[in-house]
Ligand binder design. Structure first.
Ligand code: GLU
Length: 442
């Protein structure tokens, strides 16, 4: 991943349309693609399959609005630091725009654009009445005090408040943001527009958050994996699973795989991976990791690196950390038969091609990790109805929506004899294109 990221830094500003004539194959340009270009390459594969004309493709790929704001902050140590805040609103033809906010030093406009467009395709795959958006601040919250993070969040909110709203664009947690950050946004937004819980999702339950939202992405990863594994005749009971990332998505996914009887043999965070061939005891590990804010040193029988985890001899691999971790150089060594993308864009187009060639099943991010935005949708519905659902109802409805989406993607894959990612994009593009067509241009 570091090489991929370094190599993209000096890139010229990407074209918003992601390129037009004679799109080069991913094998030719793979490592030089920016994240937005990589998403658009996936888009074009599917658009080609559907015979979508070029003028409509350009319209569907181009973001609706991009907001970038300066965020100066006098930190609690006295230093003034200036950050950049972004909100890219990609498409609203199917409803208000929806997507997370991430706080990470590598956040930049191109990546936020890529993530915003992924949200458009993700909400469409799930058939949620939303478009797509994403935002972020290029800060490292680990180097900031809690007070600094609060001030930064409030400043960001005050600078984008006119562009977001319950019927316009609804942020949610993503990498390094959580229910507390959403609570600060609710409070700051209220100063301009009155108390509006539905302006964000992933809130604390006490402020109108939904039961089951925090665990939803991890739960959805399990639901999607169960369906794909059944199609492959791969019993989940006893299956060896490696999970990269032990944040919200990875640690909940580990819990659910463990509960389903799988053997979670490795989990990792930025410091490295804990491994146990007999399976890790996930519940106490989650508890210790949440206290220590990292996987405790010496957990498991052995310690491995993140790179080693990705190429371990397992049945199922769940990349649940950052993007571009599966690339041209390690994809040939990946041994898993099934990859469930808990993170957003963890697989580069080159790696994707390698997995297609070898018949490795990849459940794409826009399906595998869509449990989060699906329960966000339930939260928003509850807020608009001033009504609360019980946890059981949330989990049941999530299961039903994941199953329906999986069936539709599988059906599309069979119809076009293609892989699940291309099929998921095709399904999403069909839905967004139809809404765009019905609403008319302008
Ligand atoms: N950040 C999550 C994602 O990438 C959730 C977005 C949301 O709930 O709006 O899907």
């Amino acid at each position: 991943m570091p090489e991929d990221r370094r190599s993209r830094a000096p890139q010229p500003h990407p074209e918003q349309t992601g390129g037009t004539a004679a799109e080069p194959t991913s094998a030719e340009v793979g490592r030089r693609l920016t994240p937005f270009q990589a998403v658009n390459l996936q888009f074009d594969r599917a658009a080609e399959l559907l015979g979508i004309p070029e003028d409509l493709r350009i319209s569907l790929k181009t973001p609706y609005r991009e907001v970038m704001v300066e965020l100066p902050l006098r930190c609690s140590d006295g230093e003034i630091r200036t950050f950049s805040g972004y909100r890219v609103q990609h498409d609203n033809s199917r409803g208000p725009m929806k997507g997370g906010l991430r706080y990470h030093p590598e956040v930049d406009l191109d990546e936020v654009r890529a993530l915003a467009s992924l949200m458009t395709w993700k909400t469409a795959v799930m058939d949620l009445p939303y478009g797509g958006a994403k935002g972020g601040i290029n800060c490292d919250p680990k180097t900031l005090s809690d007070g600094d993070v609060e001030t930064l969040t409030r400043r960001f909110t005050s600078r984008i408040e006119r562009f977001i709203g319950a019927h316009e664009d609804i942020p949610a947690p993503d990498v390094n943001t959580n229910a507390q950050v959403m609570a600060w946004i609710v409070d700051e937004f209220a100063k301009y527009h009155g108390h509006t819980p539905a302006v964000v999702t992933g809130k604390p339950v006490a402020l109108g958050g939904s039961e089951g939202r925090e665990s939803a992405t991890g739960r959805g990863v399990l639901f999607a994996t169960e369906r794909a594994a059944a199609d492959m005749d791969l019993p989940l009971e006893g299956a060896r699973v490696a999970i990269q990332g032990f944040g919200n998505v990875g640690s909940w996914a580990a819990q659910f795989f463990h509960d389903a009887g799988a053997r979670v043999v490795a989990v990792s965070d930025v410091h490295g991976a804990a491994f146990d061939g007999d399976g890790l005891d996930i519940p106490p590990l989650r508890e210790e990791a949440s206290k220590a804010r990292r996987i405790p040193e010496g957990a498991g029988a052995e310690t491995l690196t993140n790179d080693e985890l990705l190429i371990m001899d397992v049945d199922i691999l769940v990349p649940a950390a950052l993007g571009n971790v599966l690339h041209l150089r390690n994809a040939p060594d990946v041994q898993a038969r099934l990859i469930a993308e808990g993170a957003n864009h963890p697989t580069t187009p080159d790696a994707d091609e390698e997995f297609r060639r070898r018949g490795v099943t990849v459940i794409p991010d826009i399906l595998a990790n869509a449990g989060g935005v699906t329960v966000s949708y339930f939260e928003w519905v509850q807020n608009l109805q001033r009504f609360r659902w019980k946890a059981e109802r949330v989990d049941e409805e999530l299961r039903a929506m994941m199953d329906t989406a999986y069936d539709s993607v599988r059906e599309m894959a069979t119809r076009h004899e293609t892989d699940l990612r291309t099929a998921a994009f095709a399904l999403a593009i069909e839905r967004v294109a139809e809404a765009t067509h019905l609403r008319g241009v302008g």
